[in-house]
Design a binder for this molecule. Sequence first.
Ligand code: ADE
Length: 417
Amino acid sequence: MKFDVKDVGLAKEGKKLIEWAAKDMPVLRLIREQFKKEKTLKGVKLAACLHVTSETANLMITLKEGGADVYLTASNPLSTNDAVAASLVKDYDIPTFAIKGEDNKTYYNHLYSVLDTHPNQTMDDGADLVGLLHTKYKKQISEVIGSTEETTTGVIRLKAMEEKGDLKIPVVAVNDNLTKHLFDNRYGTGQSTVDALMRSTNKLIAGSTFVVCGYGWCGRGVAMRARGMGAQVIICEVDPVKALEAVMDGYLVMPLEKAITQADFVVSVTGGKHIVDEKHLKKAKNGVILAQAGHFDIEINKPALKNLAKKVRRVRPMVDEYDFGTKKIYLVGEGRLVNLAAADGHPASVMDMSFAGQSMAAKYIWEHAKELEPKVYSLPSSIDADIARLKLESKGIAIDSLTKDQKKYLNSWEEGT
Ligand code: ADE
């Protein structure tokens, strides 16, 4: 079996992490049992490009037990847990290509390794495999019946490809699931981003001025948790509706150029480019801590940061000091997805729902391939309802249901004042 991990000797530690995460993934466990019994994915050869974490390991095991042949590569050079990668290889026979801290060349060689297996389905977090299938691996695209996409950034790219007529395969946007973005993006990113800042800097959040760029679901989560820790939170937005919502949620809202003069922390979580740009860096307060929780390391203008600095040194694990001479700026996680670079990513309990969605999306593609066109699809809302129901059940929470009469009333227009 071909693989490339840091050290297979770390497998014992990785297996414990995988089993720990499994305890908080009851919905995925039910899917796993069903997939195993029915061999739902028999015949699928699936290349996955995801963050190699203990939660992802449980997804890979689920797909494999469902009969799929799975190959895993990292979706970010800094997000791999090396012990988990080792265990996937040693304990679960899943070919894994991922090393935390790998350089760009190795990162891409790992992507090529999974595509060289000639998959008939792919699974992305950031659309890298789909991107390659439309460029360097164009010849293989006819072998692929469809793909699934985990993240907002990936979905935005895929929709742009679809609009331009460039998308050649069907893709299920798992991020569109309500049971994904309302929970993973908000509660997952919220907790894990603040966790990463605390672990890496050990700075006190209480009493700090904490700027969040972007008030999408991820931004809301980060803002909510920073406020919960006692920070004064400022939101920077370009969308007037989202900005207004932030105002009514009780946050200060202002342009970043002003906010950065006061900020102790700046977290960019927009999916856009150079949100924290040269002009902002020049105005930043001495000692500000910068981080990014969007998918690609492009939200903070790193070349400008390097140019402005006279000296750069690592001052703590995952924290780099950019010394401008007149002031110092700190960048966490090399400006990459901070919650995975400097912490463990989202907790298993929330990834349970995201990866239940991924499993159902893989099944959906396998079972509906013939009807699907080269478009970006959302899963039927009944799948969301099933995932939410199972999650509630796993928490021992029962909910009400409508009577026949109430259903009739809601579906009619005759009854009124
Ligand atoms: N994205 C964010 N957190 C994650 C996790 N724990 N596992 C996989 N992908 C993630």
